[in-house]
Design a protein around this ligand. Structure first.
Ligand code: S3P
Length: 172
């Protein structure tokens, strides 16, 4: 399978809490490919954590960095790329993914996402009086766009192994 990908990367998209990084890491291991995470790469390039990028420079600056990081990660593949939840909303990034990757949408229900993200404070978009409401709005805005991904897989509650198995079977 890794050989069949050629230079194309496997790109995981979906909302915060859908399991992109954890699933991506395991998938990369199964496929014998390098794993990269766009959030980590943006933090490395800016030399500061994401909440600080948002606080000091604002979201558009973050999005610009994210777009440039995605362009770089999509050349010289194949690798498994976990994207930040907003990365696929960029038309430029979607076009590059179409050209250089296979996109996989990890789809999950609101209650599953909410249970996974509620205890962790590193996501600036959820620094709100009503973070669950924010998540719901993001679902409504983004699901029609995530639906443009090549493959959709349901990311359920519980261990990620089943999702990784599903994905491997679908990619064969
Ligand atoms: C964001 C998701 C985050 C991170 C940033 C913005 C979003 O990544 O990129 O906080 O717009 O959905 P995860 O999806 O990995 O949490």
């Amino acid at each position: 399978l890794a050989a069949a990908l050629g230079h194309r990367s496997v790109v995981l998209v979906g909302l915060m809490g859908s399991g992109k990084s954890a699933i991506g890491r395991r998938l990369a291991q199964s496929l014998g490919l390098e794993f990269v995470d766009s959030d980590t790469e943006v933090e490395r390039a800016a030399d500061m954590p994401i909440p600080e990028i948002f606080a000091r420079y604002g979201e558009p600056y973050f999005r610009d960095g994210e777009r440039r990081v995605m362009a770089r990660l999509l050349t010289g593949g194949p690798r498994v790329i976990a994207t930040g939840g907003g990365a696929f909303m960029s038309e430029d990034t979607r076009a590059r993914i179409k050209e250089n990757g296979i996109s996989i949408w990890l789809k999950a229900d609101l209650d599953v996402l909410w249970r996974r993200v509620r205890k962790r404070g590193h996501r600036p978009l959820l620094h709100s009086a009503d973070p669950e409401g924010v998540l719901k709005t993001l679902m409504e805005e983004r699901y029609p766009i995530y639906a443009e991904a090549d493959i959709a897989i349901i990311s359920q509650e519980g261990p990620h192994d089943a999702v990784v198995e599903d994905l491997l079977a679908t990619l064969q």
